[in-house]
Design a protein around this ligand. Structure first.
Ligand SMILES: Nc1ncnc2c1ncn2[C@@H]1O[C@H](COP(=O)(O)OP(=O)(O)OP(=O)(O)O)[C@@H](O)[C@H]1O
Ligand SMILES: [Mg+2]
Length: 382
């Protein structure tokens, strides 16, 4: 590779912006691109502009659908978005989807950093299903906790490995994927100063600074991502290949609507009854939406329970992010159905914005968790 990934991980840190220039956070999701432009002023991250563009129409698909586009097509969407949102900066951080990365934990002997640099690529071969030469690697040592078995696992059914030496959190990203991102960024005229796996971006903007374990659930279009963070460190990750798109598809099928209409109705009324529909229709809409949601939430409860049992700790707090977290009526449903306290993320709460925007930023905020998190890291490290 002609460039270094740099440190693609960042722990959740306090916000201490240093830069005076405007920088971007760009999240290329399965269904839409989210962009945020921040400027640091007197230690505060000032929100200059933000925007979102659906990718569906760039692949002849409806809004809300996930699409696989060429880097050039994605660049076209980003260029359109930058114009629409009056983006003036061309420099920023770009997220890498969790689904496009391989996350594992290596159990290694207690050796120093220099030796680790040699050992990790060799050990990584056991965990990565493709030749190590085809991927870019990054890692950090997971801090130990007294009496702990394994600081991390991926919700596999096998028992966690007892750590004898030190545990190293390893991420591998396929070079092809990085090349695609580079082509896309170059086509869109962007200078990417770092890539970051979306996990770490979302955590930066979705969480405060507590030490207790928290489960963050990112309700995306094609997937639902779950991360447990404790003392600022990611302890568990879990990917569910079901998301908001599945909800829309079920709604469309049940009510015999096209995808567009189902997507619109889902976003506008969600789980809340509307006078625009008959009692029977209201019931059918709700039942359709709940069929996916119930499945997703039972998986969330399974993750909570599994982590709690394994480490004998109670994960008492869940934070919902991703576009799906804006579903009207979701907070109430989540509170009833999850065995933990529930909050909807407010990523823009980390930024300073005009007061009149507060309501709308809160409403659309969850979908911007990754892009806001990227822009925040950008400011701190420039
Ligand atoms: N107000 C809303 N109510 C309900 N669902 C919504 C709302 N706004 C967006 N969504 C849904 O959120 C999903 C998109 O969320 P998000 O933008 O976080 O996904 P993505 O980043 O494109 O996808 P992924 O994370 O899977 O790569 C879509 O399924 C969309 O229908
Ligand atoms: Mg996403």
């Amino acid at each position: 590779m002609s460039f270094s990934l740099g440190n693609i991980f960042k722990q959740v840190q306090s916000l201490a912006p240093k830069s005076e220039t405007s920088l971007l956070g760009i999240d290329i999701g399965a269904s839409s691109v989210k962009i945020v432009q921040l400027r640091a002023s007197r230690g505060i991250a000032v929100l200059e502009t933000y925007g979102e563009i659906s990718l569906g129409p760039y692949g002849n698909q409806p809004i809300g659908k996930s699409v696989k586009l060429t880097p050039e097509k994605t660049a076209e969407a980003i260029t359109d978005l930058m114009k629409e949102a009056n983006i003036t900066s061309r420099t920023g951080g770009l997220s890498i989807p969790f689904s496009g990365s391989l996350v594992s934990v290596l159990d290694l002997p207690n050796v120093d950093e220099e030796q680790l640099k040699r050992i990790v690529p060799i050990e990584a071969r056991k965990y990565i299903p493709v030749p190590v030469s085809e991927v870019s690697l990054d890692w950090f040592i997971i801090p130990k906790e007294e009496g702990e078995q394994s600081a991390f696992d991926q919700l596999q059914d096998k028992a966690p490995v007892r750590a004898k030496g030190q545990e190293v959190f390893l991420v591998a990203i396929h070079n092809d994927l990085l090349h695609q991102y580079q082509t896309m960024a170059a086509t869109a005229g962007l200078t990417v100063n770092f890539f970051e796996i979306e996990i770490f971006s979302a955590l930066r903007s979705a969480l405060g600074h507590g030490i207790a374990p928290i489960l963050v659930v990112d309700l995306g279009a094609s997937t639902t991502k779950m991360y447990i963070v404790e003392r600022g460190i990611v302890r568990l990750t879990h990917l569910l290949t079901q998301g908001g798109q599945h909800m829309t598809e079920t709604l469309a099928r049940t009510l015999e609507w096209d995808f567009d209409k189902a997507e619109r109705v889902k976003r506008e009324r969600g789980l809340i009854d509307s006078t625009a529909y008959s009692v029977d229709e209201n019931d059918r809409i709700k039942t359709a939406l709940l069929s996916t949601l119930t499945r997703v939430f039972s998986e969330v409860n399974r993750v909570l329970l599994s982590y709690g049992q394994r480490y004998n700790k109670n994960v008492a707090h869940v934070v919902l992010t991703g576009g799906g977290a804006s579903l009207p009526g979701l907070a109430a449903f989540a509170k009833q159905n999850l065995s933990a306290e529930v909050d909807i993320a407010n990523p823009f709460g980390h930024t300073e914005a005009p007061a009149f925007l507060e309501g709308v930023l809160r409403e659309i905020g969850p979908g911007f968790a990754v892009s806001v998190g990227l822009a925040l890291r950008n400011l701190r490290h420039s």
